[in-house]
Every structure is written in structure tokens, then in C-alpha cells.
Design a protein around this ligand. Structure first.
Ligand SMILES: Nc1ncnc2c1ncn2[C@@H]1O[C@H](COP(=O)(O)OP(=O)(O)OP(=O)(O)O)[C@@H](O)[C@H]1O
Ligand SMILES: [Mg+2]
Length: 338
């Protein structure tokens, strides 16, 4: 059994998988919203209370059989960079990363947890080079997530960044694609090549910004704005297009960032043009988002199926359908096999 727990700023998602005969099988999945302080903003144990209660409820409702969970830390709080090295051996790269990490991450090395992964060995380029993915997170932040998990009666196993988990569940094996997680507070995007994260970027603009824009433009309270957003989204045929017009500037901002990420990957990292954009997160459900993004970016856009690499029986799929894009990070965590 393995369990992935994705603690967002608005909702908490859980996915439990079992591993049988080489297949990953979905055992349970659940989501719970909470309106308390998020992990990043919590200052002391007391401010976690709402969150801890929500996690306990989720564990109870999903009836999971184990208490050990793998957790994700938000991309917005971590630092992911691709660095180019000359063609060195793996141990040489490990030691170069150790010595050079300081210049790439904005926090003191002594306060960070640092990992690296070899992305690509390019022996035929001139000069030959190795692309290395450097991931760093503040130790104090990781401890906060582990602490919250512990308070909910769980043991944290692996901790990884949300986009590494997302890449595991959504990235196609033989393509380059852009994965976009549109949550409540942040939108994070990853370029993934052949199932491997090669570049990432995150912006503090997502579902909450859509809701705020609708609320301001139509002069309605948050709950009403949220409901307009989810019902009409970017559809210009509804409510005289007022909701779409309010959301559009925020949508454009996010679109431009996705384009910039693709451009950066192509120019700075000499990458190829991705063939698709794969969406995840609650805001992926915004009406007309897929068609508008397709028009704006010019490549295929789809809502990712978090269970593409998992066996699910059809009755469970039906029950999950409405929420499905929410589970991609939790599934990616549960798909770890270590
Ligand atoms: N059908 C829908 N259409 C538009 N937006 C939606 C829909 N369903 C959910 N959302 C929005 O999705 C957001 C929640 O998504 P999600 O659960 O992925 O966020 P989170 O993981 O808690 O946030 P973050 O990752 O930013 O911390 C909210 O802003 C919510 O309004
Ligand atoms: Mg999230």
C-alpha cells in the first residue's frame, strides 16, 4: 500500500494505491476542503488546528489502511533549476552540485535540503554537456509539513516537490509536454521530456485570482463570485459575457507565463517544442479553459487523467469523475515505489 497526501492552500487530496502483479491499483481517493491557515502561513501548532482536523477527517472518510504517507511541498516554496555542466561523471557532478549549489539557490545551504538528478547527457552537442536538475527547499518548511502530518496521526515517508510528483503521474513517456497545475493560490508549470521534469516555473496567480476578479467586476461577495466562476468560466455566451470578461485578464496573464516557460525551454535549454499542455488542479475545471488555452498557445491542451498509469474499476472512476484533475499530485506521490 502507498498513500500520497497533497496538502494545498484550499483543499487536501489523498490517493491510496496498492501494487499487485506489476500493476498499481487505486484503493481509495478523497478530497476535503478547509478554510483555515495553510501550512506555509502557519506560525505555531495552534494555527494548524483546522488543517489537522481536515486531514483526520480525510483519513477517516477514505478508510485507508496505513498511516504512512508521502507528502508534497509546494513548488512555490521550493527552488528548482536546471544547470548545465560539462560532460562529467556522476560522482563529479554530485560534488560539483555540492560546491556550486550556493550560487543557484536564494537560501543558505545550511538551511536547505538539496537534491539533484541528471536530466540529460548531451554528448553530441558542442561542447558536450550534462543537464542537471537541482531541487532545494528550506529545511524549516519541510519540517512544517512533516509536523502537520504528525499532528494528524500520520508518519511522513518521502517528501518531494509537487511538480516532481505531478510529472510521475501525468507526463507521457515519449513526448515533451507542459504540465500545468492550476490550484487556488498558485499555478505551477513543468516542462517534462520523456517522463522527466526538465524545467519548472511557478506564479502566485490561480483560482483565487479568478474569483477575486469576478467579485470585483460584478460587485458580488466571494461565494457568489466563486459560483459564477465555476458555472460560466470563460464562456462568453453566459451572463452577457461579464464573467468571462472579468476572468480574461487573469487568464491571459497565466497564458503568457506558460508561453514564456516554453520559450525559455526552447531558447535557454535548446529544448524542442512541446506537443501538448496537460492540466491539473481544481482550476483546470474552469469552463472553456481547454478551448481558450488551445487557441492561445497553439498546441493540444487536455485535462490530465491522474489515473492514466493506475488500474481503476469503472464504478470508482464514475464516483471520482467530477473531481478527477485534483488527484494528480497525490497519485504521483503514491506512485513512488521506494
Ligand atoms: N469547476 C471549477 N471551475 C473553476 N474553478 C474551480 C472548479 N472547481 C474548483 N475550482 C477552483 O480550484 C481551486 C482549488 O483547486 P486545488 O484544490 O487544486 O487548490 P489547492 O491545491 O488547495 O491550491 P494551491 O495548490 O494553489 O495551494 C479553487 O480556487 C476553486 O475555486
Ligand atoms: Mg495544489
Amino acid at each position: 500500500m502507498s498513500i500520497g497526501l497533497d496538502i494545498g492552500s484550499k483543499t487536501i487530496k489523498l490517493v491510496e494505491l496498492s501494487f499487485d502483479g506489476g500493476r498499481n491499483i487505486l484503493k481509495s481517493a478523497g478530497v476535503v476542503g478547509f478554510a483555515g491557515t495553510s501550512v506555509e502561513n502557519a506560525q505555531d501548532d495552534k494555527s494548524y488546528a483546522t488543517l489537522v482536523d481536515a486531514i483526520k477527517k480525510l483519513i477517516h472518510d477514505t478508510k485507508v489502511s496505513s498511516r504512512e504517507v508521502d507528502i508534497a511541498i509546494p513548488e512555490s516554496q521550493s527552488f528548482t533549476r536546471v544547470i548545465k555542466f560539462p560532460l562529467l561523471s556522476d560522482p563529479e557532478i554530485a560534488s560539483a552540485v555540492k560546491w556550486e549549489a550556493e550560487q543557484y539557490i536564494p537560501i543558505p545551504i545550511s538551511e536547505a535540503i538539496i537534491q539533484h538528478e541528471i536530466v540529460e547527457r548531451r554528448e553530441k552537442t558542442s561542447p558536450p554537456e550534462v543537464l542537471v536538475l537541482l531541487v532545494a527547499a528550506p529545511r524549516a518548511l519541510v519540517e512544517k509539513y512533516v509536523n502537520v502530518t504528525g499532528q494528524a496521526g500520520l508518519t511522513a515517508g518521502a517528501v518531494e516537490t509537487s511538480l516532481i510528483a505531478l510529472t510521475r503521474s501525468l507526463a507521457p513517456a515519449n513526448q515533451t509536454s507542459v504540465l500545468v497545475d492550476m490550484g487556488a493560490r498558485t499555478t505551477s508549470m513543468a516542462l517534462a521530456k520523456n517522463g522527466q521534469l526538465v524545467f519548472s516555473r511557478t506564479i502566485p496567480t490561480a483560482g483565487a485570482a479568478f474569483t477575486r476578479a469576478v467579485g470585483q467586476a460584478l460587485g458580488v461577495p466571494e461565494a457568489q463570485a466563486d459560483s459564477y466562476k465555476m458555472t460560466y468560466g470563460l464562456s462568453t455566451k453566459q451572463l452577457e459575457g461579464k464573467v468571462a470578461a472579468a476572468i480574461n485578464p487573469v487568464f491571459t496573464l497565466i497564458t503568457e507565463e506558460i508561453k514564456k516557460a516554453i520559450h525559455y525551454y526552447q531558447t535557454e535549454l535548446q529544448g524542442e517544442m512541446p506537443t501538448s499542455v496537460i492540466l491539473a488542479g481544481g482550476s483546470a475545471g474552469l469552463p472553456n479553459l481547454v478551448s481558450n488555452l488551445t487557441k492561445a498557445i497553439g498546441i493540444e491542451v487536455v485535462i490530465g487523467n491522474p489515473f492514466a498509469k493506475v488500474v481503476v474499476d469503472p464504478t470508482t472512476t464514475k464516483k471520482l469523475a467530477a473531481y478527477s484533475p485534483l488527484y494528480s499530485i497525490a497519485t504521483g506521490l503514491a506512485l513512488r515505489r521506494d
